[in-house]
Ligand binder design. Sequence first.
Ligand code: ARG
Length: 278
Amino acid sequence: MPENRVARPRRYLVCPPDHFDVRYAINPWMREGVRVDTALAREQWAALVRAYREHGHTVESVEPVPGLPDMVFAANSALVVEGRVFGSSFHAPERRPEAEEYAAWFKAAGFDVHRPVSVCEGEGDLVPVGGFVLAGTGFRTVRAAHHEVQEFLGVPTIGLQLVDPRFYHLDTALFVLDDGAAGGPANIAYHPEAFSPGSREVLRRMFPDAVVATADDALAFGLNSVSDGLHVFVAPAATGLAEQLAGRGYVPVPVDLTEFHKAGGGIKCCTQEIRPAP
Ligand code: ARG
């Protein structure tokens, strides 16, 4: 029997796609020369922001900067837990200037920002759930950053090895359904094949009740979703996943971000969650 799900209002930071484009290729989804439909990208992105607001969430935005086509992927800019901001240090030289832009936004909004020394791509690879931070590595964020996050936040990090370049960020292969903050059990959805055998076993032990997604749903960016505890903002093409979620008492809210898939990003990539101080 599905449990009683409860939505908790969130604070999200996003970046309008004014300068969004595919101008270099730093993951297997990106093909140089591919055309982005800018008008469609704007519409899709606006629909995401509208969906968040309609479901009671606060959405703030950072000013997009010309020459930073991936800046729309706000999730990569930081990890914010209990009002503490752990900034980013991007792997690709093309994205490095984004760290400064976002750090400036956080400072202006009244936060101190820890600038990591190790390569670390924010919520792309760092996912807080149930009193832990799940921390991906393999393609972008390095192991040393997991240690740095743990020292900074005082929250235990669980290192997870990503093994499939199509799932180059942890948030392309796993998302949090319930963060456990409301007292209920924490839970996730994930695609096991994106992880090494050892990391799969870790996830199985930690989340025996997880929603397990197929390769098709994962490749449709179904795991790059955002949940508020009840509503799950999810790619409409991830139909099997949506069915599973509905069966578990969640309410799938389809939001189509296909223009952004051309850059290897989806709903979660476009969304930075600002978790407040307790
Ligand atoms: N083109 C971007 C990159 O490869 C996409 C980032 C997607 N963000 C994410 N949180 N997975 O860096």
